[in-house]
Structures are given as C-alpha cells and as structure tokens.
Design a binder for this molecule. Sequence first.
Ligand SMILES: NC(=O)c1ccc[n+]([C@@H]2O[C@H](COP(=O)([O-])OP(=O)(O)OC[C@H]3O[C@@H](n4cnc5c(N)ncnc54)[C@H](OP(=O)(O)O)[C@@H]3O)[C@@H](O)[C@H]2O)c1
Length: 316
Amino acid sequence: MLRNILSIIDKNVVGFEGIMRIEGGEVNGATSGIGAETARVLAKRGVKIVMPARDLRKAARVKENIQKEHPKADIIVLEIDLSSFASIKKFCSEFLSLEIPLNILINNAGKFSQKLEFSEDKFEMTFATNYLGHFLLTELLLEKMIDTARQTGVEGRIVNVSSVIHSWVKKDHFDFNRMLQPKHYNATRAYAQSKLANIMHANELATQMKAIDANITINSVHPGIVKTGIIRDHKGIITDSMFFVASKLLKSTSQGASTTCYVALSAKMEGVSGRYFADCNESRCSALASDDSEAHKLWKQTRALIYKRLRTEIKS
Ligand SMILES: NC(=O)c1ccc[n+]([C@@H]2O[C@H](COP(=O)([O-])OP(=O)(O)OC[C@H]3O[C@@H](n4cnc5c(N)ncnc54)[C@H](OP(=O)(O)O)[C@@H]3O)[C@@H](O)[C@H]2O)c1
C-alpha cells in the first residue's frame, strides 16, 4: 500500500509539469545510491552535470551508464574528497576554471563512520564529510551561482540532502567543538548531528540570500529510507532495530532521489527557500532545526573555523 503511494508520488515527480530551464548542475556523492540516480534524472532533463567524486573509476562507470541511456548527456567528472578542505579548494578552482554556468548544487554526498576517525584536517570524519565539506564547497561556489543566476535570469538552487534522523539530536548534544572532536563517540549520534547541521546551514543561507536579494534558493530534503551503501554501513543494536521498523517503509533508489529532483527542478518550487522536504512535500523538521538563532550561531562558528584553517594554510 505504502509502496503504491510512493510510486504515485514518484510518477508526479517524473511527470511534473513545469521544469526549470537549467544549464549546469553539480551533484556530489553521485558514484552510488541516491546521488547516482539524481545525476541520471538531471542528465535526462538535459542538465550539463559536474560530478565531483573521490573514486574516479566509480564515477566514470556511473557516467558511462547514464550515457548508455542518454547518449547526449554531458557529464564532467572531477576529483574531490569532501572530508578534506584542500581537496575541496582544488576541486573548486578546477571547476571555476571551466567557466561553465552553475544553476544547481546538490549537496548529496554522505558518510556514516562506524568508528571514531578523523579527517586530514583533524575533525570527526562524519561531521567533516557531511557538514563541513558541504559548507566549504557551497561557500566557494556561491559567488558563481549568484553570477549564473544574474546572467541567465534563472533561479539558482541548492539542495542539502539531510535525513529525518536529524530530529534525534537534542540541544545539549549539539555543541560545535564537541562535534569536531567528540570525547565519547556515538556513530548514529554523529551522523544525526551532521544531518541537523545540513538543515541549519540551508536555513541560514536562505536568510542570507534573501537579505542580499540573490536569486538563489536553498532547501533541505529527507530522501526516505533507501538501502544504499550508507544504510549498509549502519550497524549496532539501535540502528538495526530502527532499520527493521524502517525496512517496512523502504523506498527504491529512484523514489529516494525524487524529493531532491523535485526540489531542484520543479517550477512549483520557484522562490521557495529555507524549507525542509520529504516525499516531495514540505515537511516539519525538528524545533532545533528550525531555530534561526542556533542556525546563525552554527554558521558563524563554522565560517570562523574554516577561514582560520585556510588562513593558516596560506601562511605556512
Ligand atoms: N539511504 C538512506 O536511507 C538515506 C536516508 C536519509 C538520508 N540519506 C542521505 O542521502 C545521501 C546519499 O546517500 P546514499 O544513501 O545514496 O548513500 P551511498 O550510496 O553510500 O552514497 C554516498 C555517496 O557519498 C559519497 N561520499 C562519501 N564520502 C565522500 C567523500 N569524503 N568525498 C566525496 N564523496 C563522498 C560516496 O562516494 P564513494 O563512492 O567514494 O564512497 C557516495 O557517492 C547522504 O547524504 C545520506 O546521508 C540517505
């Protein structure tokens, strides 16, 4: 029954009446799962796609599969490791040197780190990949998006792929410094914290874009529960029992990509910004996720951290 409802939603998405006119888009985390499907749908819509990936061979295979289906699909693969500030900077300078328009940015890549690991910048790996990486990437591409929107007259759209699990995080477990370097690591909590930060990032940026009258929207989505690599990485008693319940609500990969594609492409989404979507509909996120002052505080802390780190790098 539920599957049927979901496929109806999907049919609506695939067949949504108005589609934005888009020239260029960037989908990260497109080597598998929801991202690969999102890239396929965008390519089908004629979007020139940049696919940043850390595994270039996997990305080449996804590109080949899309081009088998859509021979005219225009896809550029570039290297990125979203857990590394240096790699993100390198990717952005390569991308910007291509001088192609950027209408859509889909922050989809995600990691669920079972054990406490640290990124090369010495931050907890899940938070570094899922949140800090997307934050820096967006920061470095934002000017390009604003310019593209101005030159083309087409609204720029950023989509942060979050998760319903963000609502598990309570305020006393949302301390910036503790998330960067946790003392007592809990993998599910770290993942949920990063997904909460994705929503707050979208909300704060939406406010900032409105304030400067930029023709850019930014929203976050929960794709639904899809058995992809990230779910297979979830082990442990809490996530296993949660997954058992959730498995009754499992979506296919294309159903999982449908909310992202809807938010990125539908004409009905014009001007909609700073919202949270699930099943191709606006949905309620947690009270903490919609707390504007917390979102602003997080944005300031993140920006200060990143720029301090980049300045140190430039000096050394
Ligand atoms: N599946 C679900 O049920 C579910 C539910 C809620 C939210 N989500 C969110 O949906 C998004 C897509 O996840 P998925 O389910 O499709 O999982 P997935 O199949 O594991 O895909 C994750 C993608 O992220 C990429 N990635 C991970 N770490 C990276 C890094 N350091 N640098 C660059 N790319 C990196 C992976 O690349 P590699 O191929 O190199 O590993 C892969 O392409 C994630 O943000 C996830 O949190 C998923």
